[in-house]
Write a protein that binds this ligand. Structure first.
Ligand code: SF4
Length: 236
């Protein structure tokens, strides 16, 4: 794992000003492949990037943090992607099954201690999954939250100690869906029934028309991020 941020990140971001997501991914492949990886929860944005990578470099290693609490529609999407692109998304799992975890803690923690649950079932597996890699690709968009709006296209991830590539920083939700429709990209059918942002089923609700896209994530709680993409992990 790289211990220090590359010293040309400001220059790189300058060079990538106005670049398309495909151009950013092409740059990332040329600079970091094969030590380049991507985490996906199979959201619409992630599916669009997978399609781009299928053209640019289909051997980029892509993984999903399989908490054990994902929707069946999400898991099925992995298979559809494999059929369409021949790209196997690796499932990265915590060291306990849901049954073991809930047994240890006397029940699920997502309702009472969601930060602990995300830490144990997402963050720790993520740390293991990206250990030894030089850069990872995320599918965040700049217009999703204020934290994300401040994120550069290529930054140093202080939390996980590697470079983080954010190719969709300049894209809107409409841009993503236009791309998906034009390219017949497989996507999660839950998007069609009121779930703009999809995580684990216990912490994801459908939203009403006009609500913020992430309003259904940890609804009713102060929590808004699982910790993978919070601001302190995304700065230069
Ligand atoms: S999103 Fe919910 S169920 Fe999934 S890891 Fe976090 S707290 Fe647990």
């Amino acid at each position: 794992m790289s211990a220090e941020p590359p010293d040309d990140l400001a220059e790189v971001n300058q060079k990538l000003t106005g670049a398309t997501p495909q151009e950013i991914l092409q740059w990332a492949v040329e600079r970091f492949y094969p030590k380049l990886t991507m985490a996906t929860a199979f959201g619409a944005e992630g599916c669009a990037i997978i399609h781009m990578l299928s053209i640019i470099e289909p051997k980029v290693r892509i993984f999903n943090l399989d908490t054990g609490y994902q929707f069946k529609e999400t898991l099925e999407l992995r298979d559809r992607i494999a059929v369409k692109y021949g790209m196997e998304v690796e499932m990265v799992r915590p060291d306990t099954t849901v049954e073991q975890y809930e047994s240890i803690h006397g029940g699920p923690l997502y309702g009472t201690h969601p930060d602990r649950c995300c830490h144990d079932r997402k963050i720790l597996p993520l740390r293991r999954a990206i250990d030894g890699w030089d850069a990872w690709i995320s599918a965040i968009r700049g217009d999703q939250t204020q934290d994300r709006a401040n994120t550069p296209k290529v930054g140093w991830d202080k939390k996980f100690n590697l470079v983080k590539i954010n190719p969709l920083m300049d894209w809107t939700k409409k841009d993503v869906w236009t791309y998906i429709v034009q390219n017949d990209v497989p996507y999660n059918p839950l998007h069609d029934v009121g779930y703009p942002s999809i995580g684990c089923w216990p912490c994801t609700k459908a939203v009403a028309d006009g609500d913020d896209d992430r309003a259904g994530r940890w609804a009713g709680k102060a929590k808004t991020e699982c910790g993978l993409h919070s601001l302190d992990s995304s700065q230069l």
